[in-house]
Ligand binder design. Structure first.
Ligand code: GLN
Length: 447
């Protein structure tokens, strides 16, 4: 733990992954674990972990990278935090992110911009950019992020690490500051596949406090890490290798396909015909849910309250106008519009129907295949500031990760090469519902 804080002190000025550090508490936890002793069935004991700042931590500031929650200190722990403590892991601090997890570059944070450790002029991806940069720069071995449309997998891809979005319902959302409740999942970011599986072992499981938590058993996610994938059937959607990919990304994915064949897997072309509507459907559903979820920030109950007010309506309007950033306001407006009477059928209802078609595409492929393979993102990390003024190009960067959230399946990004600038490329593997074990099996064999 001491070495972790030393490393953070050495690198934090350049990388900027943390919003809040919690050194005193972490050292105290470490001492207690030293006193208790580490046993072999307690593999994660004593390991420092970083936490995305939209996961609530009892007594420790939780901001969601927003001015709205700049001074918010929760009075309870998210379920994943309780599980982290049960595993005797040591949370070291809260990691930077896009405001309320809305964004793909960590540039919409109210506090700071996190840099990509591979090239400090590039974004680390987002919204879990702090979680990814902290692991990639060696500040921590592992971190927790959240993924609503790609926010674990895309930053993992941009920083050359392993990031998994679990099946919807696998990990409790209790205490995760809600963005889009039907899509949000918490998941681990790590250096290796095995580490990732260990962390998922620790944070998974049914939780009565989350109404969409799944009552399914939790297997040992390391059980299939044998290196043997003979006979595994992998489908590659032709839509995922279509135009618009950076050529080096396509090349690296084609090479990965060859590797899988050499390892004894069958790899064949498949189709996810409705994935082309994924981004449109996502921005209606995610923004609609966000506009509803974020209505609780009213300047009254908690969070930022404007001082510049003369009546109640001013409290609402000015607190929200001053407390939320541009991107958050854009989503609230989009969502409020899509949900308003007269537009509901044309937008929200229609989006729900197309979401079902997208889900059925996956179900159909998984009737005959164990895994789906493709790139995690169409490009490698781009320059800081490059896409900030053009939300549409930013939104399109998520085209390969979004369908997975809409369908609820688990997906991982693992490193599979570098572009000419030396920036990492991410390979995405998508699994059947609750079959993270097979994703890890194939990811580990590739690694
Ligand atoms: N980049 C996507 C968005 O801005 C996904 C974010 C996420 O997964 N939290 O909504």
């Amino acid at each position: 733990t001491k070495a972790t804080f030393d490393r953070i002190r050495e690198t934090e000025e350049q990388v900027g992954s943390f919003i809040t550090l919690d050194e005193e508490h972490a050292m105290e936890l470490a001492k207690n674990i030293d006193a208790k002793g580490i046993t072999t069935d307690n593999v994660l004991a004593g390991l420092p972990i970083g936490i995305k700042d939209n996961i609530v931590t009892n007594g420790l500031k939780t901001t969601a990278a927003s001015r709205m929650l700049e001074n918010f200190v929760p009075i309870y722990d998210a379920t994943v935090m309780e599980k982290i403590y049960q595993a005797d892991m040591i949370p070291v601090g809260k990691l930077n992110m896009d405001e309320f997890a809305m964004g793909g570059s960590t540039e919409t944070s109210y506090f700071k911009k996190t840099k990509n450790p591979w090239n400090l002029e590039k974004v680390p991806g987002g919204s879990s950019g702090g979680s990814a940069a902290a692991v990639a720069s060696g500040q921590v071995l592992m971190s927790l992020g959240s993924d609503t449309g790609g926010s674990i997998r895309q930053p993992a891809s941009f920083t050359g690490i392993v990031g998994l979005k679990p099946t919807y319902g696998r990990v409790s959302r209790y205490g995760l500051i809600a963005f889009a409740s039907s899509l949000d999942q918490i998941g681990p970011l790590t250096r290796t596949v095995r580490d990732n599986a260990y962390v998922l072992n620790a944070i998974s499981g049914y939780d009565a406090k989350d109404g969409t938590s799944a009552g399914v058993s939790v297997p040992d996610f390391t059980a299939k890490l044998t290196g043997d994938i003979k006979g595994l059937k992998i489908g590659v959607p032709k839509e995922y290798l279509a135009d618009g990919l950076q050529p080096e990304v396509k090349e690296a994915v084609l090479k990965a396909i060859e590797t899988y064949k050499e390892l004894g897997a069958t790899v064949e072309e498949v189709s996810l015909p409705h994935s082309q509507y994924g981004v449109a459907v996502y921005y209606i559903i995610a923004s609609s849910e966000a506009s509803s979820n974020l209505s609780r920030f009213d300047g009254i109950r908690y969070g930022y309250r404007s001082e510049n007010v003369t009546n109640l309506e001013d409290v609402y309007i000015n607190s929200r106008s001053e407390g939320f950033g541009m991107e958050v306001k854009r989503r609230i407006m989009l969502g409020t519009f899509a949900l308003s009477s007269g537009y509901y059928d044309a937008y929200f209802k229609k989006a729900g129907q197309v979401r079902t078609l997208i889900k059925q595409d996956f179900e159909k492929v998984f009737e005959s295949y164990d895994l789906i393979l493709g790139p995690a993102a169409p490009t490698t990390a781009y320059g800081i500031g490059e896409k900030l003024d053009n939300p549409l190009t930013m939104y399109l960067n998520d085209i390969l990760t979004i369908p997975v959230n809409l369908a609820g399946n688990p997906g991982i990004s693992i490193p599979c090469g570098f572009d000419q600038e030396g920036l990492p490329i991410g390979l995405q593997l998508i699994g059947k519902h609750f079959d993270e074990a097979t994703i890890y099996q194939a990811a580990d064999a590739f690694e």
